[in-house]
Design a protein around this ligand. Structure first.
Ligand SMILES: *Cc1c(COP(=O)(O)O)cnc(C)c1O
Length: 234
């Protein structure tokens, strides 16, 4: 069996077990396979194992991979943009991706909505929240999430689905849970305010169990599927 197929099976088993352990439905958590820095062959292997949703951080690399998979006759895949967004690069994102997890400014959201092609379904959006309050990290501040969420929800060609965060790395399970719990509280508050959200995009290779315990509905997993990344090769 290919290592990618084997890793996908192991991660799926972990997701199901973590969901059950925390009293959730086994199918409550979707797996987004983060393929950044890995070539189209690696994505093909994951597709052959049944994976359909992929996350990319770097625009040009993502576009090249989307084209390569199309050209190779892959089944319909769902591409998620999960990297930082430059405002002059919104059009190819709006044209080629199904989801964007990293919206943190109204201006970017407005451009994505304006540039979403008419024949496509609305672009599915998560707001990235700076949940650990680190000066260097991207994301909207927790106090500003509600205002941004209501503005984004009103844009015509976007569907606001929920929140995303990349907490400060923590080794301890309980410490990992604490950051995810803060994101979940913000999410529940927005839902209580009347926004129809269904997505908590949180948890990566090193902290997906803690994220699932705190209600993640989508985990974004890269290295545990594809192996260690070599950024020089990308
Ligand atoms: C790279 C990346 C991931 C995956 O990280 P791993 O630790 O390899 O699982 C998830 N989310 C975002 C936003 C990333 O940039």
């Amino acid at each position: 069996m290919s290592p990618i197929r084997q890793n996908l099976q192991a991660i799926t088993a972990t997701i199901v077990a973590s969901a059950q352990e925390s009293g959730r439905q086994p199918d409550a958590v979707r797996l987004l396979a983060v393929s950044k820095t890995f070539g189209p062959e690696a994505v093909q292997e994951a597709v052959a194992a049944g994976q359909r949703a992929f996350g990319e951080n770097y625009l040009q690399e993502g576009l090249d991979k989307i084209r390569a998979l199309n050209d190779a006759g892959a089944p319909a895949l769902e591409w998620h943009f999960i990297g930082p967004i430059q405002s002059n690069k919104t059009r190819p994102i709006a044209e080629n991706f199904a989801w964007v997890h990293t919206v943190e400014r109204e201006k970017i959201a407005a451009r994505l909505s304006e540039q979403r092609p008419a024949g496509l379904p609305p672009l599915q959006i998560c707001l990235q929240v700076n949940i650990s309050g680190e000066a260097s990290k991207s994301g909207v501040a927790p106090e500003q999430v509600a205002a941004l969420a209501h503005k984004v929800a009103a844009l015509p060609n976007l569907t606001l689905r929920g929140l995303m965060a990349i907490p400060e790395p923590a080794v301890e399970f309980e410490q990992q849970r604490a950051a995810f719990a803060r994101l979940r509280a913000l999410y529940e508050q927005l839902r209580a305010d009347g926004l129809a959200l269904d997505t908590l995009s949180m948890g990566m290779s090193a902290d997906m169990r803690a994220a699932i315990f705190e209600g993640a509905t989508m985990v974004r997993v890269g290295s545990a599927i594809f192996g260690a990344r070599n950024y020089n090769k990308a």
